[in-house]
Structures are given as structure tokens and as C-alpha cells.
Design a protein around this ligand. Structure first.
Ligand SMILES: [Zn+2]
Length: 596
């Protein structure tokens, strides 16, 4: 069906964009290995038990263990990840594996339309307000996984299953008075509204649009509709998916109130509740507006929040193609997505900001945290936000080696770059578009020292204005080559609640102070989802003035590609990209002291 507000720019289908060799492709391949490593019978085990079917599979551990109240959630993420990776890379084996898993789940659903890895009695606990973790959170992941199998894998079976799941949820929701239902919605329920709107988009059936509205959590939506920040004290990742649902609802129905809610929320979070990395939350909650220096916790920046803020940013961009949205997206992508997967494809939960903390990663069969799920999806769709288009132009928002095919226009475009390790980005027209069009390249907010543009080797005289698009319109020919360079420089992000506390960035990269490996062991790095039982270090201090020349670039050695050293008196700090730190203590923020 057609969206009421289809947007000013459109996404390309996942099948149109392919990653070329480089670090992004490497991350996707590590993720693929992880997805391959999980046997279907182990993934389906809890569903079969809940449906009263025999299973002799060895149960998975962590949050998929048979006694965990969130069990089953990862299976939904898994279906999404397989569908996305299939669409983005053509991996038919992975699609077949996911289809086989869908068939196993269909057998579990056959009895009464309910599908879950735990019994329906948990929804009665929800009704009675007795303690239960988050049944609809998990329910949402499973429907979303099935819908991704519909959208990207063409599965008719999955569509029938998603419809039955939505109908089951609809009947349950209708059994409450409006006030009682709002009390149910106090418990985390993921993006149930978004899933219902997505099902409405696929089927055109208005009852699913109504179901999307039924999952509107008024306590969260009302203040946002009036541009009031009541986020402090709320669990961050419980609420971001609801706003994604509002943005999706607006896209499909033209609901301007939902548009305001989503836009206000995005501005409030990115301007008042985000660290220099773009990540949000501390201890999983939003804290007071503009609290940064006071919130540098070991459980800061839950990765699910980063995943969902990126998803929301993408959604808003279609309606408001403002390059600054991708300035934010890039911050999150480079600093709290890149670098949250280890060399074996294991994923993180938080990105600690307490000085002296370190990154912790999951283990193959014993984690399955919420962030393992969103991470599995993230690294399966690294190709999905690089390019957009409208009728007249292709928009390039990210500098990632990749190819773009736009068969309706005859266009085949290739982007090659080692960015951010080098500043040059090259676009080659492997096949020319059938008519003149514009190539619109995002000039990042950090490109404050100009830049250069060459077309077929000839320098162009063009203004390089940060946070705008560079627009190159031409009747492009096959073989045309465009080269751009945006020189990076050092800049600061100052904590709003303490002007002496700040972080350093180089271009899009947040730099972290290396704090060594003292008493750091592998079992600590793989020992859980956050560093445990440590007091941390004081914020590293520098005694420099306000200028940025207190840092000099020095030679880096692996695993680091880039290193700076402080020239200030006293201790000399070494700073490297946060995303490249894997097994070393660090601090993202520093304190500016007075000259000794
Ligand atoms: Zn999470």
C-alpha cells in the first residue's frame, strides 16, 4: 500500500547496495559467522517446550536459558538478522536456514494462534500486575522477525504467522478498559505499535493500524507532543521503540501529532541526553537533562539505545532529509556501533564511560542479551543507510565502500574509500544514469577546514559548507569519477554540566585516553555485561589552555590506526579512536586542570 506521507527521499532496497571489502564488510562477515553458529533446534527449543512439543536440543544460555523470562526474544532478532543479511548479501543458505526455523515455529503456533517461548499465563500476570519481566517486549521481537522474513525473504508462511500473532495481541488488548490497558503499557513492550503499523503497511487492513494506536503509551507520548522533556528517570530502551512506532505511524497515516512526538523526542535526546558519542542512557535510564560529567557510569550507553536511535534517525530522515540527522547517525555508527563487536563477532551490552573501565563482550552460547539481539541486526544491515534518493538525486550519507544499483535509472555507482583512515572518497559511475541527475554528498559537520572536489581529475571550485550537501549535477557518463576529500581536524565536545570536562574528536572519531591493561584479564572482558566491582580511575587531567594544539599526532601501532599524544606538562596521555579499543582500559572524557 502507499504511505500517506511517503517522504521527501526514499530508501533503496537492501538488495541494491553491496558492501565492498573493508572493515564494514569484515564486521558483517563476523556477524554472519555468529548467525551460522547457532543451530535451529537450540533456537527453537523453548518454543517447542512452551507448545508442549518434544525437544531434545541443548538449551541456549544467558537470556535464552529455559528459566529466563526474556527467552525467545533473541529468536525474533535472529530472524530479522538473517532476513537482512540475505537481502544485503544474497546469502541463500542463511535464508534457507531462517525459513526452516520459521517452519519450526509455525508448528509451535499451530495449536491456538499464540506463539512464544513461555506460556500465555504470563500475560495473565501482566493483567493482574504481578511481577513479570516484559512479555510483549519479546512478543514484539518475534513479530518483527517474522515481518522481516516477509519483507526481505518473501515468506508467505511468516506473514500468516505474524497476522495470527497480531490477532492474538489484538484480542488480548481489547479485553481491557482504556485505563487498565494504559497500566499494562507501563511494562516494557518494545515496538508493538511499530510492528502493528508495519503489518498495516503490508496488508492494508485497518485493524492493524488501530492496533498500532492501541499500543500508544500516553504517559510517554503526551509530554512529547507538547515538547516537554519528562524523560529523566525513565528506562531509555523501553521507550525509544515506542517513538519509532510513532514515526512509522506518521509515515503511514499522515498523523502530524505523531510526527511532532517523534521529532521532539529526537531533538530532546540528541541535544540533552546524549554523550559525545551519540549514545544515551546511564544505568539504562535517562538522567537529568544535560547531565554528562555526572553520568559517566560503567553501565552507560546501552547498545540497544544506539541501535534504536539510529533506526529512529533513519525513519525521520525520509520525512526531513536534513544532513545533520546523518551527522548524528555517523557519530553513533563510528563510536558506539563500530567497536562494540570483538574480533570473534561477540557483542557488547554497555559502552562504559567511567574512567578506567573496559569493554566487555558476550560469549557464543551464554549471553543473548537484548544488545546481542539488536547487535545481530545492526551488523546485518550495515549497507542500509549509505544511499537515499529522490526523483532527481542520489544522496550519499555515509562513507562506506559499497556499490549501488538503481536499475530503473540504469545507474551503477561504486564508492571506494578507506575513510576514516584516509580522507579521500571516490565515486565511480560504472553505468551511467539514463538522464541527468545530481549526486548529493553529505558534507559532515566536522569538515570545518574546507575540502576538495575533483571530477575526472579536474579540480572544482565549490563552497564546502559543513552540515550541508555538496550537489553535483551533470549528465553523467559511464567512467566518470568524482573524488572528494574532507580534511579532519581535532575538535571538542564539552560536558554541559561541567565546562572543565570534555572529550576530543578527530573528524567523526571520538578519541579515548589509553589507560593500560593493569589487572585486566580475559575472564573480566568476557565475564558479564558490565565491568564488575571496580572503583574506576579519576578523570585523566590535562593542564592545557583552551587551544587544541596540546595534542600532537604520533605514530600508531596495531591495533590502533591513529594516535595522538598530549604535550601538556605532567603526565603525557595517549589518545586513540574509541572504536579501536578492545582490551584496554580507557577514558572517553578528560578534565581540564589549571596549569601546574
Ligand atoms: Zn540492550
Amino acid at each position: 500500500m502507499q504511505a500517506a506521507h511517503p517522504g521527501l527521499v526514499q530508501t533503496f532496497p537492501m538488495t541494491a547496495v553491496r558492501l565492498l571489502p573493508g572493515p564494514w564488510k569484515d564486521m558483517a562477515e563476523l556477524n554472519r559467522s555468529f548467525l551460522y553458529s547457532l543451530p535451529n533446534d537450540r533456537l527453537a527449543h523453548n518454543f517447542r517446550v512452551a507448545a508442549g512439543l518434544p525437544s531434545d536440543a541443548e538449551p541456549l544460555g544467558g537470556w535464552e536459558a529455559p528459566d529466563c523470562e526474556l527467552r525467545g526474544h533473541y529468536v525474533g532478532h535472529y530472524l530479522s538478522a538473517c532476513a537482512l543479511l540475505y537481502a544485503g548479501s544474497g546469502d541463500a543458505f542463511l535464508l534457507a536456514k531462517a525459513n526452516a526455523l520459521v517452519a519450526m515455529l509455525a508448528e509451535c503456533q499451530a495449536a491456538d494462534g499464540y506463539l512464544g517461548a513461555y506460556p500465555t499465563s504470563w500475560y495473565e500476570r501482566l493483567r493482574q500486575h504481578t511481577k513479570v519481566w516484559a512479555p510483549f517486549y519479546t512478543y514484539h521481537k518475534i513479530i518483527a522477525g517474522l515481518l522481516d522474513m516477509v519483507e526481505h525473504g518473501g515468506s508467505r508462511v511468516a506473514l500468516g504467522m505474524a497476522v495470527r500473532m497480531a490477532d492474538w495481541a489484538d484480542a488480548y488488548a481489547r479485553s481491557f478498559s482504556p485505563d487498565d490497558w494504559q497500566r499494562v503499557l507501563l511494562v516494557e513492550h518494545g515496538g508493538m505499535n511499530e510492528a502493528a503499523f508495519n503489518l498495516y503497511a503490508i496488508t492494508g487492513e485497518e485493524k492493524y493500524r488501530e492496533l498500532g494506536y492501541r499500543f500508544e503509551h500516553k504517559l510517554i507520548f503526551e509530554p512529547l507532543a507538547n515538547d516537554i522533556d519528562r524523560l529523566a528517570g525513565n528506562h531509555a530502551n523501553t521507550n525509544i521503540p515506542k517513538i519509532i512506532g510513532a514515526a512509522r505511524g506518521r509515515e503511514l497515516t499522515g498523523d502530524e501529532r505523531y510526527g511532532r512526538i517523534a521529532e521532539n523526542f529526537h531533538r530532546i535526546v540528541t541535544e540533552h541526553h546524549a554523550f559525545c558519542t551519540g549514545g544515551t542512557s546511564n544505568g539504562e535510564d535517562w538522567q537529568a537533562a544535560d547531565a554528562i560529567a555526572s553520568q559517566l557510569g560503567r553501565e552507560a550507553e546501552e547498545c540497544c539505545c544506539s541501535y534504536n536511535m539510529m533506526k529512529l534517525t533513519r525513519q525521520l530522515y525520509r520525512q526531513r532529509p536534513d544532513p545533520r540527522l546523518f551527522d548524528y547517525y555517523e557519530r553513533v555508527l563510528y563510536n558506539v556501533r563500530r567497536g562494540t563487536q570483538d574480533r570473534n563477532g561477540m557483542l557488547m551490552y554497555y559502552v562504559p564511560l567511567q574512567p578506567g573501565m573496559y569493554k566487555t563482550f558476550g560469549t557464543p552460547f551464554k549471553a543473548f542479551w537484548c544488545c546481542t539481539g539488536t547487535g545481530s541486526e545492526e551488523y546485518a544491515k550495515l549497507n542500509d543507510s549509505i544511499y537515499y534518493h529522490d526523483d532527481d538525486a542520489v544522496y550519499v550519507n555515509l562513507f562506506v565502500p559499497s556499490t549501488l544499483a538503481w536499475p530503473e535509472r540504469g545507474l551503477q555507482l561504486r564508492q571506494t574509500t578507506k575513510f576514516p583512515a584516509e580522507e579521500r572518497i571516490t565515486f565511480s559511475f560504472d553505468a551511467a544514469p539514463t538522464r541527468a541527475m545530481a549526486l548529493k554528498i553529505r558534507i559532515p559537520y566536522w569538515a570545518t577546514s574546507g575540502g576538495s572536489v575533483r571530477i575526472n581529475g579536474a579540480a572544482q571550485t565549490l563552497a564546502i559548507r559543513p552540515a550541508t550537501y555538496l550537489t553535483l549535477r551533470a549528465a553523467w557518463q559511464a567512467g566518470d569519477v568524482v573524488t572528494v576529500e574532507f580534511p579532519m581536524s581535532l575538535h571538542h565536545s564539552i560536558a554541559s554540566d561541567d565546562p572543565q570536562v570534555f572529550a576530543v574528536l578527530y573528524g567523526p572519531l571520538v578519541l579515548a585516553v589509553r589507560l593500560g591493561t593493569a589487572e585486566l584479564t580475559t575472564s573480566m572482558i568476557y565475564g558479564g555485561y558490565a565491568p564488575q566491582g571496580e572503583d574506576g580511575y579519576p578523570l585523566p587531567e590535562i593542564d592545557a589552555g583552551d587551544s587544541e594544539d596540546w595534542l600532537e599526532r604520533v605514530e600508531a601501532s596495531p591495533p590502533y590506526s591513529l594516535q595522538f599524544r598530549s604535550k601538556s606538562r605532567g603526565l603525557s596521555h595517549r589518545l586513540v579512536p574509541l572504536s579501536e579499543i578492545v582490551d584496554e582500559r580507557y577514558s572517553v572524557y578528560l578534565r581540564r586542570g589549571s596549569a601546574a
